[in-house]
Design a protein around this ligand. Structure first.
Ligand SMILES: [Mn+2]
Length: 321
């Protein structure tokens, strides 16, 4: 654990997906001296505990119900002396009100992703053309159909931005999830509003990822297993989100799961169609198994102890009713 003691500096804590990277780029454009650290819902609490002082901007990192009380008290500790900005769009754990804590936040229109929120929050300190970085983030999170993003898109030719966002999404999925140096340099690059397509190595990575997608999609098709309403694949070395989506599609079920065994844990992505609160089911099942989980209505993630996958799949199937 690293101690961050940046008396007058800011720390940006962001999720490492396209939305998190774009939101961090926007925040960095507005707060030039900030340090960028990538984290995720399971890691947020320990990051917060390691911070002594300085202002903090948290982007696209969901608050988990398992840690909600401890996170609230960290927000109180840090927010009483420093500026703490919390911008996120994941459903909050029941009983937690960020608006009652000493942190600055912004509630956007329904469906507004973290990049859209970050652009709205830091608008006065940004070049207006940074709006396209917010649009990449929104596309990356399937959140480009909001009033705010539609308004931003009026100033751009959307076909061009879809190419740029596509390169970004594919490149981010083509690198290791924990390649934080790559992600940090990408945040620097995007904070200057430089185009993804202008970086040939980014384009290369994206094109290679598209080729791999085609191969891996077929692999998922051949490996998928089904238990009740849940289809799943294990240790397919590919984007967990995509593997879960295709597990669901080829398994012909409403829910797909992709699992990745890491050291003592299993990282999971879960994708569904037509559900209202997949994140709640996933959070309760993961919690019951000594893990942690959350996300959105039809896209969720979890981390559970190793050896618990079979129980996870069975309990998920049961609780889907
Ligand atoms: Mn997001």
């Amino acid at each position: 654990m690293v101690l961050y003691v940046y008396a007058l500096e800011s720390l940006i804590l962001a999720h490492g997906d396209c939305d998190g990277v774009c939101a961090a780029s926007i925040a960095l454009a507005a707060r030039r001296n900030a340090k960028v650290v990538f984290t995720n819902p399971a890691g947020l609490l320990s990051e917060l505990k390691s911070i002594e002082a300085g202002s903090i901007i948290i982007l696209d990192v969901a608050l988990t119900s398992k840690h909600k009380d401890e996170i609230a008290s960290e927000f109180k500790r840090l927010g009483s002396r420093n500026e703490v900005v919390y911008l996120d769009h994941h459903p909050l754990p029941q009983g937690l009100r960020v608006s009652r804590l000493p942190v600055k936040t912004l509630k956007g229109a329904r469906g507004a992703c973290a990049s859209e929120l970050a652009y709205a929050y830091f608008k006065d300190d940004l070049e207006p053309e940074m709006s396209r970085v917010a649009i990449y983030g929104a596309i990356g999170d399937y959140s480009d159909d909001t009033p705010g993003v539609r308004r931003m898109l009026e100033k751009w030719d959307k076909r061009q931005l879809y190419l740029e966002a596509g390169i970004l999404v594919a490149a981010l999925e083509g690198v290791r999830r924990r390649d934080f140096d790559f992600k940090r340099s990408l945040v620097n690059y995007l904070s200057e509003n430089r185009l993804p397509s202008a970086d040939r190595s980014l384009v290369e990575t994206a094109v290679r990822e598209s080729e791999r997608d085609e191969e891996m999609r077929r692999l998922v098709k051949s490996l998928v297993k089904t238990r009740g309403k849940v289809s799943y694949v294990v240790n397919v070395e590919w984007s967990l989100g995509k593997a879960a989506t295709y597990a669901r599609a080829y398994g012909g079920t409403i829910v797909g799961v992709a699992a990745d065994e890491q050291d003592g844990n299993i990282d999971l992505s879960i994708r569904s169609v037509g559900l209202r609160s997949l994140h709640r089911v996933v959070s309760s099942v993961a919690g019951a198994l000594g893990g942690i989980g959350g996300g959105h209505a039809n896209a969720a993630g979890a981390r559970i102890p190793r050896g618990m996958l079979s129980e996870f799949i069975s309990m998920l199937d049961e609780r889907l009713g």
